[in-house]
Design a protein around this ligand. Structure first.
Ligand SMILES: NCCC[C@H](NC(=O)CCC(=O)O)C(=O)O
Length: 427
């Protein structure tokens, strides 16, 4: 089996509206001018890097924004332009939500349990409801449509609808799988949070994680529901993937990621004695530095020729404690032998690093052959997409631009051009 990463392409409406309370980058950069074209090109460079390294790489396209159908549900009427204009005038917060490019963070699109872990030996995919943030709660219907196209073959895949909204679920960002190698049965760790009065909201409900484990047909004894630490949540780790990442038998984690870390490590060691737990101590890298640099929001993967690579955002280089920890780790004899930095500044400024931008799916050869090719990338396809982005994505979006009818129309047309390039239907 091998792992594919499906990256979200940053949509033409990428902007800094500060919509995610609890996500310090999002609120801290609210009101800034965004650069959608640069953002999408940065993301495509990451996809290109993965293809060059010989990894399976795919893409999930942006959703239709502004989401006029959703604004209609909110009571605005008339032609599309009138709907958006009325929303901007009367409820700008709703227009902002309808305009967000948040589907780019596909680690929040769904939770994936690969076939070796499930009762029916199919790969199970649960679309996330993202119900805790208004702008993200719009994503599930289109994500469902896209994933049901990508994973249409029911012999190898089962795509589940989003859970009821009362059970907040944010997808793979709160899920880690550990195993000897991708094709071996794994253990799956679901990380949930508890909202404490006056604090940042926990977005993943324990009941949601439990429901997904049930739906996917996982063996209960190979599942752990682990609570995220309050310290991490309150420091701005709104998802577990801001403080921990796993690949095969390696867990890279901050010391303060979990409320009960001994229980998490004990569970891993019990089921996977060969596991390597790389714990970054708080006295070397504080939670604050971890969240500023997004060290743990890294892509950790096994290269086809063997050996693990960690792809981290360039912000790690600019955070002295993190840089030092990475240098020391590389000088040692650990399982991670290579670190690569990527410039993902535009996404990072909304709280999304390398790991947020991708959904991992481990497949065997037969399941790989059943994937819808229109979502898969080669270097040539990346070139073609980059050329289209260069031509059609806005160069910049300032806060007041969100009220401009030309921008709404240009963004929708740019997305349609992409869908036609990919051979997909736009809605
Ligand atoms: N996994 C990374 C997700 C980042 C995402 N940011 C945002 O939605 C920011 C959008 C804005 O502020 O416009 C979030 O917080 O869910």
């Amino acid at each position: 089996m091998r792992e594919f990463n499906f990256d979200g392409l940053v949509g033409p409406t990428h902007n800094y509206a500060g919509l995610s309370f609890g996500n310090r980058a999002s609120t801290g950069n609210a009101g800034d001018v965004s650069r959608p074209r640069a953002a999408a090109l940065q993301g495509l460079e990451k996809m290109r890097r993965m293809v060059e390294l010989g990894l399976g790489q795919g893409l999930l396209p942006p959703h239709d924004r502004p989401n006029v159908a959703w604004l209609r549900q909110c009571g605005f009427g008339g032609a599309d332009e009138a709907v958006c204009a009325a929303a901007w005038r009367d409820e700008p917060g709703l227009l902002m939500a309808a305009f967000s490019a948040s589907p780019m963070w596909t680690a929040n699109a769904a939770t994936v349990s690969p076939s070796p872990d499930t009762a029916d030996r199919r790969c199970h995919v649960s679309v996330a409801n993202l119900s805790s943030m208004i702008h993200r709660s719009l994503e599930a219907p289109e994500t469902t449509r896209l994933l049901k196209t990508l994973f249409a073959n029911k012999r190898y895949f089962a795509v589940h609808d989003a859970l009821p909204a009362a059970l907040g679920d944010e997808g793979a960002a709160n899920h880690m799988r550990l195993c000897t190698h991708h094709g071996a049965p794994g253990i799956e760790i679901f990380v949930y949070g508890e909202t404490i009065p006056g604090g940042f909201p926990a977005r993943q409900a324990k009941a949601a994680s439990a429901a997904i484990a049930r739906r996917h047909g996982l063996l209960p004894e190979r599942v752990l529901l682990a609570r995220q630490s309050d310290a991490a949540l309150q420091a701005g780790a709104f998802h577990n993937d801001v403080v921990a990442v796993a690949n095969e038998s390696v867990l890279l984690t901050h010391e303060q990621a979990f409320e009960d870390r001994d229980a998490v490590y004990g569970f891993i060691r019990q089921h996977l004695p060969e596991a390597r737990i790389l714990e970054v101590p708080a006295d070397q890298v504080s939670l604050e530095d971890a969240i500023r640099s997004y060290l743990f929001n890294a892509q950790l993967f096994t290269r086809p020729e063997g050996g693990m690579t960690l792809v981290v955002p360039a912000e790690c280089d600019a955070t002295p404690s993190v840089k030092q920890w990475l240098d020391t780790m590389l000088a040692g004899n650990g399982p991670i032998r290579q670190v690569q930095m990527m410039d993902l500044r535009e996404s990072m400024r909304n709280g999304g690093g390398p790991a947020c931008l991708r959904l991992r799916v481990a497949v065997d050869e037969a399941a790989e052959a059943a994937l819808d090719r229109r979502f898969l990338l080669s270097e040539r396809r990346i070139d073609a997409i980059a050329a289209l982005v260069d031509e059609r994505w806005p160069e910049r979006i300032a806060p007041d631009d969100l009220g401009h009818a030309d921008l709404w129309a240009d963004c929708r047309a740019a997305r349609e051009a992409l869908f036609s390039l990919l051979g997909l239907t736009a809605a």
